[in-house]
Design a protein around this ligand. Structure first.
Ligand code: TA6
Length: 282
């Protein structure tokens, strides 16, 4: 059995990441944000989209991969707080690595409350990301309340998928599901599979089954547990031009399908209790 490789790397600006290679896949995960920014199964194209102009800088979220939006998804009521929370730009600790077998590597990252986090969000928490890298990418985001009062979270594994051409992809599995249109703030019901010819930013609710991304050359699956909401996002032409760390035409080759607990699917976690959001991608 060949051993898997787990290598620690550091860019000249101090940005740290882990590179994992086993018999079935390669992955790269930054310590900032426990941000998976590359995952590629053997002899297949990368599953995740990563911007050509992505910042690998401290305190800036990487554009692409799987940003972790936590403890709130989207904007906070207090507009001075960062969109999508602070976990994606915080420095996490690598706490465990396990070469389960030649095809499977498991890695755990942890983030705990600090004096600074309490100023942004006044609760004591422990957050763990458990990643399994094999012929599937499995992510389990476990939130534990170690405070003496309950708290509410909204969150997302904000996965950017790489696609061949946005005009030729379809997302299956959300037909007839209610959604909040984040562009109009209207509630709608999905009618048919999702295809793209304009900006889409929607939070689907009551999602219980897997979602399938049909591309011209491959079919990708997203299975979620501990979640009944999924966000679908493509910025299209105008918003793409306004986005940070994105080329003007980047919208053509990406689509976000985000495993979430958002809006009606917010979760209240009592003291000494945990909630796990799990996503399996293949
Ligand atoms: O999940 C969709 C979304 O909330 C969009 O509205 C969009 O702007 C995006 O996430 C990216 O947000 P960011 O803060 O990373 O620029």
């Amino acid at each position: 059995m060949e051993n898997a490789l787990i290598e620690y790397k550091k860019l000249s600006n101090g940005f740290e990441y882990i590179e994992i290679e086993n018999s079935s896949a390669v992955a790269k995960i930054a310590l900032q944000g426990a941000h998976i920014f590359h995952y590629e199964q053997n002899s297949k194209e990368p599953l995740l989209w990563l911007s050509d102009t992505s910042d690998f800088e401290m305190a800036k979220s990487i554009r692409g991969g799987v940003p972790i939006c936590w403890p709130w998804f989207g904007l906070n009521k207090d507009k001075s707080l960062p969109q999508h929370g602070f976990a994606r730009t915080a420095l996490w600790k690598l706490t465990n690595t396990n070469e389960a077998d030649a095809n499977t590597t498991e890695i755990t990252f942890k983030l705990q409350y600090t004096k600074e986090s309490l100023k942004l969000w006044p609760y004591k928490f422990e957050l763990e990301l458990h990643v399994r890298i094999s012929d599937r990418l499995v992510m389990e985001l476990k939130t534990t309340n170690i405070d003496d009062k309950p708290f509410e979270i909204t969150q997302a594994l904000h996965t950017y998928f790489r696609v061949s051409d946005i005009l030729h992809v379809a997302i299956e599995g959300l037909d007839k599901k209610p959604y909040l249109d984040a562009l109009t703030y209207k509630r709608e019901i999905q009618n048919a599979d999702i295809t793209f010819n304009q900006e889409v930013d929607r939070v689907y609710q009551e999602v219980s089954d897997e979602v399938i991304l049909k591309d011209t050359n491959r079919t990708l699956h997203v299975e979620n547990e501990g979640s009944s909401s999924i966000v679908v996002w493509n910025p299209w032409i105008d918003k793409c031009k306004r986005m940070s760390a994105m080329n003007d035409d980047a919208y053509k080759n990406m689509v976000c399908i985000e495993s979430a607990n958002a809006f009606e699917d917010a979760r209240v976690i009592k003291p000494n209790k945990s909630h796990t959001l799990k996503a399996t991608l293949y």
